[in-house]
Design a protein around this ligand. Structure first.
Ligand SMILES: *Cc1c(COP(=O)(O)O)cnc(C)c1O
Length: 357
């Protein structure tokens, strides 16, 4: 981390200790206002983590048992789990082969009379093709709930992720583009009624202490995490720019290697590269090769949600969502974080070229 940010975190931490107020105080309110403005929304509600942000968003829309929510077949399992936790059923739709985000042209075929919402996931940091998704939702009277855990700051036609849906969830898990120092998340909305509902639901269903209007949960953002997030938020734009620059270096250095697919960005969309994901049938071999050179890589994600043991009850089998399965079998995330140097990218790229040569 740069010394600049560290110099802001330390006083924020000391102020927090001295404040004597650790839950739902001025630091949370301040961060909520800052993050709402940053996201192009009017309201933000700080919650305990990204999964809760999605669960509370769905609950605020009264989505529950008997309802269906359209989700991508290619996503982190948390998107599906949020739908399951409110008692609704996730209905998977395959991704676009180029972007790996949900393919808008396949959504309508998955809509049934029980469908209540579409959950676009801006995976790896790329905004989904929201114009088409918004049009479909409007035509069918469906809600949009964005899973914006990976794409804070990405846009579609200039509009920010987290501002398209009626109510949307994001995560500040330490590894996300804006990371806390522990678990944290937020809901964004521009609807005052939904803001009020989520605010109540995250705090035991209570607006006035010890008076409970409904059965809520305890999912509050800590004062400490809020204070640290406020100190980091002014740097997020710059960090995203650095990520985009590093991705451009990779794109250039790795262009034209047969058998290696690089990330592709849809027209009108931007990508903030939470993850720089390449695809190759030689994935395991490439991962081991890079590990041998001291370069750590990750797989996001090795098993598609419909193939997870946790979703055995839905009865899907291998081959039901072939694109999601193919991505799970071929994806590899190369190192990418703000501060990664041009030279380091060149070195990683040259090792990759050596293997494919
Ligand atoms: C991280 C993540 C979540 C969940 O966030 P947590 O804060 O870890 O609960 C949800 N969806 C996606 C796509 C994520 O990457």
């Amino acid at each position: 981390m740069n010394a600049d940010v560290r110099a802001k975190l330390t006083p924020a931490f000391e102020q927090f200790i001295d404040s004597g107020w650790y839950i739902l105080g001025s630091a949370v309110s301040a961060f909520e206002q800052e993050y709402a403005a940053w996201s192009g929304t009017t309201h933000c509600i700080g919650v305990a983590n990204g999964l809760d942000a999605l669960v509370l968003s769905l609950k605020a829309l009264n989505i529950g048992p008997g309802d269906e929510v359209i989700v991508p077949s290619n996503t982190y399992i948390a998107s599906w789990l949020a739908v399951s936790y409110v008692g609704a059923t996730p209905v998977p739709v395959e991704p676009h082969a180029a972007t790996c985000n949900i393919d808008p042209t396949l959504i309508e075929a998955a809509i049934t009379p029980a469908t209540r919402a579409i959950m676009p996931v801006h995976l790896y940091g790329q905004c989904c093709e929201m114009q088409q998704i918004v049009d479909i939702a409007t035509r069918h009277g469906l809600h949009i709930v964005e899973d914006n855990a990976q794409a804070q700051g990405a846009t579609c036609n200039g509009r920010l992720t987290g501002s398209f849906g009626a109510v949307n969830g994001t995560s500040f898990y330490p590894g996300k583009n804006l990371g806390a120092y522990g678990d944290a998340g937020a809901v964004t909305t521009s609807d005052p009624a939904l803001d009020k509902r989520v605010r109540m639901l995250r705090n035991y269903g209570s607006e006035k202490k010890y008076y409970n209007e409904e059965k809520g949960i305890n999912s509050r953002l800590d004062e400490l995490q809020a204070a640290l997030l406020s100190a980091k938020l002014p740097y997020l734009q710059q960090w995203n720019h650095e990520r985009v620059q590093i991705a451009a270096w990779y794109n250039e250095a790795l262009a034209g290697i047969p058998g290696l697919r690089l990330p592709q960005v849809a027209e009108g969309c931007t990508h903030v590269y939470h993850i720089y994901m390449v695809r190759t049938e030689r994935r395991d071999e490439l991962q081991a090769w890079l590990a041998g050179k001291g370069i750590g890589t990750l797989i996001h994600y090795p098993v598609a949600p419909h193939m997870q043991q946790a979703y055995a009850d839905l009865g899907y089998k291998k081959g039901d969502f072939p694109l999601a399965e193919e991505i799970a079998a071929t994806c590899l995330s190369l190192p990418l974080y703000p501060g990664l140097s041009f030279e380091a990218v060149q070195e990683i790229a040259s090792h990759i070229k050596d293997l494919f040569r």
